[in-house]
Write a protein that binds this ligand. Structure first.
Ligand code: HEM
Length: 341
């Protein structure tokens, strides 16, 4: 079996996914891996298998290197994706309510940005769908959702805190970026609000931005030379920036005939669920207790992107794309150049 480390980046990864039955041990990742829909569903629903509490990772780093990672840990206290049990229920409930209250305004800001960016770029000979369209629109959305602009992250991507391979210097830079955003907010209730908003940006901004870039590229590449208005655009977002999720077994459990010992990790390629019986984008947003809270918002954002592009009379051809560098977690393009004809 080839390398799993960057399997999610390979253009032919679906062929590899198809060969993976049940769970397979990877020495390279020190984890079980699975791209088998049945095994993934079973693992995501098993109470013995939990999300990874990233706070313990930062507690260890703080101790080992004498670095004050408290700002990162404060945010992680509000990130549903790293919490289990009752703390998870509470954070998830609070974020659901908050998201409901801001979704309409966030989508309006996103739509305004799409219109403005297309007007500015789509009649030039060439432009970048990532930097000139998807990024500004997601930035405008998250300006409303999280109260700060993505460039205020100090050149970092907060969602990289989930990246197992992230180096210490980048962890420090993210920590400093978070510290700047929460500085001066003393009132505990106000601080709760700020941390909730930062945590949504941590989980949602790169997921949506990256998924838009992967989906646009996939659709344009599969319709070469077709005018935007005549493309058969999928109703739901077709590709994801979040190809896998990681889990850890708290207790020994058997999944798809494989015994996973307490403390062992599991990597589940949720993007392999995509074309299963659950519908076109079902697996892309996860399954079970941690299913994505931004699903509705993201599908709507895709539909608005499609509507904006459909109204353009031209044809877009991808001439160059580049994955975001130093990222072992997300599939996101930081360049997606198209020629306009
Ligand atoms: C197309 C874009 C998106 C994709 C593909 C995506 C994918 C996912 C996936 C796979 C999970 C489950 C992770 C796991 O089980 O470990 C998840 C969780 C989550 N997503 Fe998204 N996401 C997207 C956009 C968003 C947006 C825009 C937001 C917020 C505005 C958001 C907020 C969340 C939250 C809060 C969770 C954690 C839920 C929990 O742990 O209870 N997501 N997402």
């Amino acid at each position: 079996m080839g390398s799993f480390d960057l399997l999610h980046r390979q253009s032919d990864r679906r062929a590899t996914y198809a060969t993976l039955q049940g769970l397979t041990w990877s020495d390279e990742l020190s984890a079980w891996v699975s791209a088998d829909p049945e095994a993934i569903r079973a693992a995501l629903r098993a109470p013995e298998i939990e999300v990874i509490d990233f706070r313990s990772v930062y507690a260890t780093l703080s101790e080992r290197f004498s670095i004050d990672f408290r700002p990162t840990v404060q945010v992680l206290d509000h990130v549903a994706l790293g919490l289990n049990g009752q703390p998870h229920h509470e954070v998830r409930r609070r974020q659901t309510l908050y998201l409901k209250s801001v979704t309409e305004a966030a989508l309006a800001a996103y739509g305004d940005s799409l219109a403005a960016q297309l007007a500015a770029h789509a009649d030039s000979g060439s432009f970048c769908l990532a930097r000139d369209l998807a990024f500004p629109a997601v930035d405008a959305m998250f300006g409303v959702l999280s109260g700060f602009r993505l460039d205020d992250r100090g050149g970092t991507s907060f969602s990289s805190i989930f990246d197992r391979r992230l180096g210490l210097n980048r962890r420090k830079a993210i920590n400093e970026g978070i510290a700047r955003l929460i500085a001066g907010t003393e009132d505990p209730v106000a601080l709760e609000g700020v941390l909730t908003r930062i945590s949504l940006s941590v989980v949602g901004a790169d997921s949506l931005y990256g998924s838009l870039t992967q989906s646009l590229r996939q659709v344009l590449d599969s319709h070469p030379g077709r005018p935007l208005a005549r493309i058969d655009w999928p109703a739901e977002i077709p590709a994801t920036a979040v190809p896998y999720v990681d889990r850890i077994a708290r207790q020994t459990v058997t999944i798809a005939g494989t015994r996973i010992a307490a403390g062992e990790r599991v990597r589940l390629y949720v993007e392999a669920l995509k074309s299963g019986p659950d519908g076109p984008s079902a697996g892309l947003f996860g399954i079970g207790a941690h299913v994505c809270l931004g699903k509705h918002l993201s599908i709507k954002a895709w539909q608005m992107m499609v509507a904006a592009l459909r109204s353009h009379p031209g044809t877009l051809t991808v001439t160059e794309h580049r994955f975001r560098p130093n990222d072992y977690l997300f599939n996101a393009d930081d360049a997606l150049i198209v020629a306009v004809s």
